[in-house]
Design a binder for this molecule. Structure first.
Ligand SMILES: [Zn+2]
Length: 66
């Protein structure tokens, strides 16, 4: 077996080392992306846009990535 082959256990260990957070719902590690979010006031008016880093997984990817 070559050294390049990673076992599932190795991947888990690497994920732990990288401090990846896994979604409790789907178990997928969050993929962090910059997302531009509009900030709205109570009346629903858009005030400004804010750049936020969000964790993407199966649960919310379809809502955030268009
Ligand atoms: Zn999820």
């Amino acid at each position: 077996m070559s050294k390049g082959v990673k076992t599932f256990a190795d991947k888990l260990a690497k994920n732990a080392k990288d401090f990846k957070i896994h979604c409790p719902n789907c178990g997928e590690p969050f993929e962090y992306v910059k997302h531009i979010m509009p900030i709205t006031d109570a009346k629903g008016n858009t005030l400004r846009f804010k750049e936020k880093v969000v964790g993407l997984c199966k649960c919310n990817r379809s809502q955030i990535v268009k």
